[in-house]
Design a protein around this ligand. Structure first.
Ligand SMILES: Nc1ncnc2c1ncn2[C@@H]1O[C@H](COP(=O)(O)O)[C@@H](OP(=O)(O)O)[C@H]1O
Ligand SMILES: [Mg+2]
Ligand SMILES: [Mg+2]
Ligand SMILES: [Mg+2]
Length: 351
């Protein structure tokens, strides 16, 4: 008997691997060497759209009936004024789709030499990501490059893909091309994918697919708790995290990194708690930014809630509804962080 979601997992891995190879190559060709002027966002634009085109093309072939909630849409790229960017996106997407078959890839996935798609097919693939989400049914959610800021600075970013059934995440992948495979070898080999299936646990596999390690969040050694948090002050209230550090006598510096790589690090014990509190602008968090990570934390024995202690709801649409922040941690520390967060909110008259 095959396990539930075995085929979905295989296809999602293929899609995330190819998208990671594509985004790495975009970085190496367009950002690293560069001819670009500082502040030019075109590499991330090209990377975002072409990665979404590739993942959605692969999903569309394997699961033609499944809707996709993707971060990007092709409206801008269909404009005549963007034809140069569009041509680059099409060339890159086709390069990724026609690369020779790798591990777990079979010819019926529509990949490999000779499998070029037309520009129109690729624009339509990007627009397959326009699903509005919802309470019932089965749908994928995709963030082709999560942590765009990290991508541009050569830091952490992630290709994130999850499958949601009736508002619950059942499969999640976080592909991190720049994350060291071993946390104790920061200058060693890089590139890992966190893969989780509901009820089946989680693993970290290498981008090349030659190594798989099962994951569980280790208990925090007393006195060594630290935060995982965003680099971008616009994305999370970092001063609030400082207040929680005081309340919990945390002395270790936070680990700051972009993207859902934070959830991957939490899952393998590189940081004790991921705290992300809203900045007060009314921004609503998006399902593609947390779907894979939330299941990863839970399957690794941890807890993820908002600041009221409630679980996240992936059935509300493209966003997660009103933003009460996120607290993700192992079972041994989640309760004390939640209590400290509620105390700190009460001090400033917030709920
Ligand atoms: N005001 C805000 N509050 C919280 N998250 C925000 C935000 N503005 C943008 N984001 C989201 O934060 C994500 C990055 O998170 P992090 O800070 O953990 O790296 C972005 O994903 P993208 O980079 O895919 O656009 C974006 O969706
Ligand atoms: Mg994102
Ligand atoms: Mg993104
Ligand atoms: Mg974005």
């Amino acid at each position: 008997m095959t396990l539930p979601y075995a085929f979905e997992k295989q296809v999602a891995l293929v899609a995330v691997r190819r998208a990671c190879a594509l985004t790495s190559s975009v970085f190496n060709r367009l950002v690293k060497n560069e001819t670009l002027t500082k502040g030019d966002k075109s590499p991330v634009t090209v990377g975002d759209y072409s990665a979404q085109a590739v993942v959605n093309t692969i999903l569309g072939r394997a699961f033609p009936a499944d809707p996709i909630v993707g971060e990007e849409d092709a409206a801008e790229m269909r404009q005549e004024s963007n034809s140069e960017l569009k041509n680059r996106i099409i060339a890159l997407a086709n390069e990724a789709l026609t690369a020779p078959l790798g591990p777990g890839e079979t010819s019926d996935l529509g990949l490999g030499p000779g499998q070029e798609r037309t520009p129109e097919e690729l624009m339509d693939a990007i627009d397959r990501g326009g699903d509005q989400g919802g309470r019932t049914g089965r749908r994928w959610t995709l963030d082709p490059i999560d942590g765009t800021k990290g991508f541009l600075r050569g830091g952490q970013y992630a290709v994130c893909l999850a499958l949601i059934v009736d508002g619950k995440v059942v499969l999640g992948l976080i592909g991190c091309p720049n994350l060291p495979v071993k946390s104790d070898e920061p200058n060693g080999r890089k590139g890992c994918i966190f893969v989780v299936v509901k009820g089946q646990g989680a693993e970290q596999v290498t981008l090349s697919g030659d190594r798989s390690v099962p994951l569980t969040i280790p208990p925090v050694v007393p006195g060594t708790l630290n935060f995982l948090e965003s680099v971008e002050a616009a994305h999370a209230d970092l001063a609030f995290n400082n207040r929680i550090s005081e309340l919990l006598n945390i002395t270790r510096a936070p680990a700051r990194m972009d993207s859902q790589a934070k959830y991957g690090c939490l899952a393998r014990g590189d940081g004790g708690v991921y705290l992300r509190m809203p900045t007060g602008t009314g921004y609503r968090e998006k399902i593609w930014d947390h779907a894979s990570g939330s299941l990863l934390v839970e399957e690794c024995g941890g807890i993820i809630t908002d600041s009221r202690g409630k679980s996240l709801d992936f059935g509300l649409g493209r966003s997660l509804g009103e933003n009460y922040g996120f607290i993700a941690a192992g079972k041994d520390v989640h309760g004390q962080v939640l209590a400290a967060v509620q105390q700190a909110l009460a001090e400033i008259g917030r709920k």
